[in-house]
Design a protein around this ligand. Structure first.
Ligand SMILES: [Zn+2]
Length: 252
């Protein structure tokens, strides 16, 4: 019987029993080995998921570096061999995520996977075209002002269908209104080549413009977040995930 099938009888032995201890030692040895290779940081080796103290001790720069390090592990095919059940158990009574990430629904761009983020370490909002909305802003304000996250990351991605839809002025039910919200980024993007959805270079430039516009919107529309950022308590950043190569590129 799997642990998930018999939760009540599994949680206790795994937390304190011999099998659980052996598993924890095995995980620790595995992670320790990776840490020795410089793949994981000592903090990763010590934690199943971030504790409040660990999260609070991390600087904004350290949090961003952890996300980029996770992306590097993903790209190199060295993603951590997480014990998701252990992470699940460790976070039942509380969560101390360091970041909230707004990204697209695209099935190829899952932020938690491409940055190798364990359960409990990040809030994640996903919507086509990583669009901001009142609801997403409220979610970000909760993440930062209530739950203590220090990084707000807007992550666009290459070959984004929502961006292509905006370029093509897609007309389909509610999608029309969605891509209309991206249209200003299309108009604003400076680009000398062919401005069509079949030109991937243009599509990706519009996606970058859209991320930057989204960041500006967050700062303009959320007094809570802009105040936190002005106080140095959080940082709003933009990034692009490259489907080809798997790199998360930070945008300036
Ligand atoms: Zn997309």
């Amino acid at each position: 019987m799997s642990c998930e099938a018999s939760e009540a009888s599994c949680d206790l032995p795994e937390n304190g029993g011999r099998r659980g201890l052996l598993r924890q030692l095995a995980v620790a040895a595995s992670i320790g080995g990776l840490a020795g290779l410089g793949v994981l940081t000592p903090l990763d080796a010590a934690a199943v998921a971030l504790t409040r103290g660990q999260r609070d001790d991390l600087s904004i720069d350290q949090i961003l570096q952890r996300l980029l390090d996770g992306n590097e592990r993903f790209r190199m095919g060295r993603a951590a061999e997480y014990d998701y059940l252990a992470q699940k158990r460790a976070t039942v009574t509380g969560q101390y995520p360091a970041a909230i990430i707004l990204s697209c629904i695209d099935s190829r761009a899952p932020a938690e996977i491409v940055m190798d983020i364990p359960i409990g370490d990040s809030f994640n909002a996903r919507i086509a075209g990583n669009l901001i909305s009142t609801e997403v802003l409220g979610s970000m304000e909760f993440a930062c002002a209530v739950a203590g996250a220090k990084v707000v990351m807007v992550m666009g991605h290459t070959s984004c269908g929502a961006i292509k839809g905006a370029i093509d002025k897609a007309d389909l039910g509610h999608l029309t209104g969605l891509v209309d919200r991206i249209a200003p980024a299309v108009a604003e993007t400076q680009f000398l080549g062919e401005r069509t959805s079949s030109n991937q270079a243009f599509v990706d430039e519009v996606a970058k413009t859209h991320v930057r516009r989204t960041i500006a919107t967050i700062r303009e529309q959320s007094r809570v977040l802009s105040a936190l950022e002005n106080q140095g308590k959080i940082r709003v950043v933009g990034s692009m995930y490259h489907l080809s190569g798997g790199r998360v590129e930070m945008l300036s």
